[in-house]
Design a protein around this ligand. Structure first.
Ligand SMILES: [Zn+2]
Length: 270
């Protein structure tokens, strides 16, 4: 299985009882039954075509349709589980697990050396390097990007969490310079919905190692409590005081934390 296109040829379960099939030429519209020969039991001509709940389907391709500045819907082309026949296009939001943590392909750096471009990493106020990024579905079903170097360890942590019965999923991964600028400007101007944000060039989210993981308020949240026991051995460590959601992939710091039987750097007191 491809780490950077995890959905490909994978089997999913339809969970939504109203999993409609989309029109290939316009994925925002729905297909209807138009011939008696197509009708499943209890359906009538003109009904929406649906994939029945609990059906196992296999995905061979996806399409991402933007619905807002950061929002989009990921559609999947669904085949029968054995791959021999096709249902057609449907929203991945109809799937059990809603495609969270599925990877949707890698994003190599564009040509040229744009230091404020979409793949440019920054460390401590200086341009560092161009990263290959991977698109991944976050906890809000939006598409984030994370550094390809961190993909295998992150997915290993997701898998270990799943095995322990907790969901590890992100709210934020890599940010480009303009994205960090936007967050910083919103914070400085006090725009509602904008939290404290580092100056552009100085966020660890621009360095390709930071993951904001969905842990609600932190302590007492099952995912957070699991991370505090398990993340350091997997290379992840809490590094920002007052931000229980912010974890970084840093093998050196994580090894120090494991040896000290902690899950955080010493500056983190809350
Ligand atoms: Zn963060």
């Amino acid at each position: 299985m491809s780490l950077t296109e995890s959905y490909r040829d994978k089997t999913f379960t339809i969970m939504d009882p109203d999993a409609r099939i989309r029109t290939p030429a316009d994925l925002m519209s729905f297909e209807r039954y138009t011939k008696d020969a197509e009708l499943p039991p209890r359906a009538v001509l003109g009904d929406f075509k649906r994939i029945p709940r609990n059906t196992q389907i296999k995905v061979d391709q996806i399409k991402i349709v933007p619905t807002g500045s950061t929002e989009s819907i990921v559609f999947a082309h669904a085949l029968t589980a054995d791959g021999t026949a096709r249902y057609g296009w449907t929203s991945t939001r109809n799937f059990l697990g809603k495609f969270v943590n599925e990877t949707l392909g890698s994003v190599p750096p564009p040509a040229g050396e744009d230091r404020k471009g979409p793949n440019a990493a920054w460390i401590a106020g200086k341009f560092s390097r161009q990263l290959t990024l991977v698109k991944i579905v976050d906890v809000k079903l939006e598409i984030e990007r994370i550094a390809e170097d961190t993909l295998a360890p992150y997915l290993a942590m997701v898998e270990a969490g799943t095995a322990a019965g907790v969901e590890v999923a992100i709210n934020s991964g890599f940010r480009s310079y303009p994205e960090q600028q936007r967050l910083y400007d919103g914070f400085i101007k006090g725009v509602p919905g904008f939290n404290m944000a580092a100056k552009p060039g100085r966020s660890q989210h621009q360095n390709g190692i930071a993951f904001d993981i969905a842990v609600a308020g932190g302590k007492g949240n099952p995912t957070y409590d699991w991370l505090t026991t398990n993340a350091p051995a997997l290379g992840f460590i809490r590094t920002v005081n007052g931000e229980p959601w912010h974890w970084e992939y840093d093998l050196t710091k994580a090894a120090v934390a494991v040896a000290a039987n902690t899950f955080k750097t010493s500056n983190v007191v809350a």
